[in-house]
Design a protein around this ligand. Structure first.
Ligand SMILES: [Zn+2]
Length: 173
C-alpha cells in the first residue's frame, strides 16, 4: 500500500522536471539551478542538462559526470544513467533540493515554484471540496501521498508550502 502511493507520487512529479530545478549548490550552499531544457521522454538530450550556480559560478554538464554501471557480466558492461525521481534530490546530479522542509514525519519538497504552486492549488481545492464543491481534477488526489491528502494536514501544509515559496533564492533576490 505504502509503495503504491509512493509510485503514484513519482509519476506525478515527472511533470515538473521539465522546468528548472532548484538545488543546493555543492560548492557554496546557496541556491543553484539544474537546467533540464524541456526534458521529456521524447527529448532526452543530456548534453543540455546542466547545473549552474549564479552565486559562485559552479557549472557542470551532465555529460561530464561519469555514467553508472547498470549491469556487468563476464562479457559486457552496460553503463547508463540513473534518473532519480521522487526523492528530495534532483533526478540527474542527486543534489539536495532547495525547496525542502520537514512536515511531521514526512519530508515536504518541491522541484521548483511551479511544483509548489501546483501542490497549493491541489490542497486549496481539497479545502473547497469540504463545502460541497466538486474537485476539478479528481485524479489529482490519487497521485499524491496519503499524508498530503489528509484532512487535518491541509491547513498546516498550505502554511508550510507558503513558507517554502518565500525561501530566498539567487534568482529572485
Ligand atoms: Zn555556488
Amino acid at each position: 500500500m505504502e509503495s503504491r502511493t509512493k509510485n503514484s507520487y513519482q509519476t506525478f512529479v515527472y511533470d515538473f522536471i521539465k522546468f528548472d530545478i532548484l538545488v543546493v549548490c555543492p560548492n557554496c550552499s546557496k541556491s543553484a539551478i539544474v537546467k533540464t531544457n524541456n526534458l521529456s521522454y521524447l527529448n532526452r538530450n543530456e548534453n543540455e542538462i546542466k547545473v549552474i550556480c549564479a552565486n559562485c559560478g559552479f557549472n557542470k554538464r551532465l555529460n561530464e559526470k561519469p555514467e553508472s554501471i547498470l549491469s556487468a557480466s563476464k562479457y559486457k558492461v552496460l553503463t547508463g544513467r540513473y534518473i532519480v525521481i521522487g526523492g528530495a534530490v534532483d533526478p540527474f546530479f542527486y543534489l539536495p533540493l532547495w525547496y525542502r522542509t520537514s512536515f511531521e514525519n514526512n519530508e515536504l519538497w518541491a522541484y521548483n515554484k511551479e511544483h509548489i504552486e501546483f501542490l497549493k492549488l491541489h490542497i486549496q481545492a481539497k479545502l473547497r471540496e469540504r463545502n460541497g464543491q466538486e474537485l476539478a481534477n479528481k485524479s489529482l488526489g490519487s497521485r499524491l501521498p496519503k499524508w498530503m491528502n489528509s484532512k487535518k494536514n491541509r491547513e498546516p501544509l498550505l502554511k508550510s508550502l507558503s513558507e517554502l515559496q518565500k525561501k530566498m533564492t539567487k534568482t529572485n533576490g
